[in-house]
Design a protein around this ligand. Structure first.
Ligand code: G3H
Ligand code: 13P
Ligand code: NA
Ligand code: ZN
Length: 328
């Protein structure tokens, strides 16, 4: 059944595991997650960005999620708004059946400009008041994802705006995190620790200089009862990069967030781990392989099925690694 995210995060905290939150835009991605959940007996968080909602249309998305809940009655499932940019976006998500919303007030409503603390508290508090009254969970974000760690000057939007803040200034400040959670009453807090969205996170295997896992430990010491969220947490496995490049793709060599670092985070309060890019890579690699090896094929099922299977395998791997397997 569809449940509020708070329920799953509380259970994860009590039992010391983490939950992957996978992004979806279409039926095959939802099917991949649900089949992985069934095989591993995992509770799941399925999330849709604003872009996903506009690509798939709210009505299609809502009915796909309802179909998933109907087909897998034994699996606790959360339908989460990823990176809501305003209280209005969160409100329309709730009206569409989402059981959890992220109010990302770390950025202004344009989704690009870093916002100040007062703005973030104001919009986030507005959302917690509205959402909690309806039994819907809320994730907030403090700090900025992105920029210098990627070596590409990418800001949170991933479109290469040059960072104006230093690496340290972008990271979540533990003092501010404490105030923010008390001021807003969020159920979960997304923290900035040097990761960024997309495939190009790090130009080499990340060290503690660029991937600040120690921040998580410090924030967890201050807020032991707050559920922490890691964004930009795809691991960008070498094998997935290789498949794409072997079959005609052109990815530059890149590094993501190692699964062991995420496991370390889970020991220190991380309960939700956002993963989109790894699934995108798996899907793209599988489709490229079919196109390269059997160019005569033109039935979409001939490549969408392998794509769905490839995503399902990534989901299974993360569910097992994060410890959510066996918890449904
Ligand atoms: O927030 C980042 C997620 O990977 C979703 O990406 O905004 O392109 O749908 P998107
Ligand atoms: P990745 O791009 O690392 O998969 O991160 C996804 C994310 O944080 C969605 O909010
Ligand atoms: Na989110
Ligand atoms: Zn994110």
């Amino acid at each position: 059944p569809l449940v509020p995210m708070r329920l799953l995060l509380d259970h994860a905290a009590e039992n010391s595991y983490g939950l992957a939150a996978f992004n979806v835009n279409n039926m095959e991605q939802i099917q991949a997650i649900m089949e992985a959940a069934r095989e591993t007996e995992s509770p799941v968080i399925v999330q849709a960005s604003r872009g996903a909602r506009s690509y798939s249309q709210d009505n299609y998305l809502r009915h796909l999620m309802l179909a998933a809940a109907e087909l897998y009655p034994g699996i606790p499932m959360v339908m989460h708004q990823d990176h809501g940019n305003s209280p209005d976006t969160c409100k329309s998500a709730i009206e569409n059946g989402f059981t959890s919303v992220m109010m990302d007030g770390s950025l202004k409503a344009d989704g690009k400009t870093p916002a100040d603390y007062a703005y973030n508290v104001q919009v986030t508090r507005e959302v917690t008041q509205m959402a909690h009254a309806m039994g819907v969970s809320v994730e907030g974000e403090l700090g900025c994802l992105g920029s210098l760690a990627s070596g590409e000057g990418e800001q949170e939007d991933g479109h290469g705006a040059t960072g104006v803040l230093s690496h340290d200034q972008l990271l979540t400040d533990p003092d501010e995190a404490e105030r923010f959670v008390n001021d807003t009453k969020v159920d979960a807090l997304a923290v900035a620790i040097g990761t960024s969205h997309g495939a190009y996170k790090f130009t080499a295997a990340p060290t503690g200089e660029v991937l600040a896992m120690d921040r998580i430990e410090e924030i967890h010491r201050r807020l032991p009862n707050c559920h922490l969220v890691m964004h930009g947490s795809s691991s960008v496995p070498q094998e997935l990069q290789d498949v794409i490049n072997k079959y005609g793709g052109k990815l530059k060599q890149t590094w993501g967030v190692p699964v062991e670092e995420i496991q370390r985070g889970i020991k220190h309060g991380v309960r939700k781990i956002n993963v989109d890019t790894d699934n995108r890579l798996a899907i793209t690699g599988a489709i490229r392989k079919v196109f390269a090896e059997t160019p005569e094929k033109f039935d979409p099922r001939d490549y969408l099925k392998p794509a769905r299977d490839a995503m399902k395998q990534v989901c299974i791997d993360r569910m097992v690694a994060f410890g959510q397997a066996g918890q449904a």
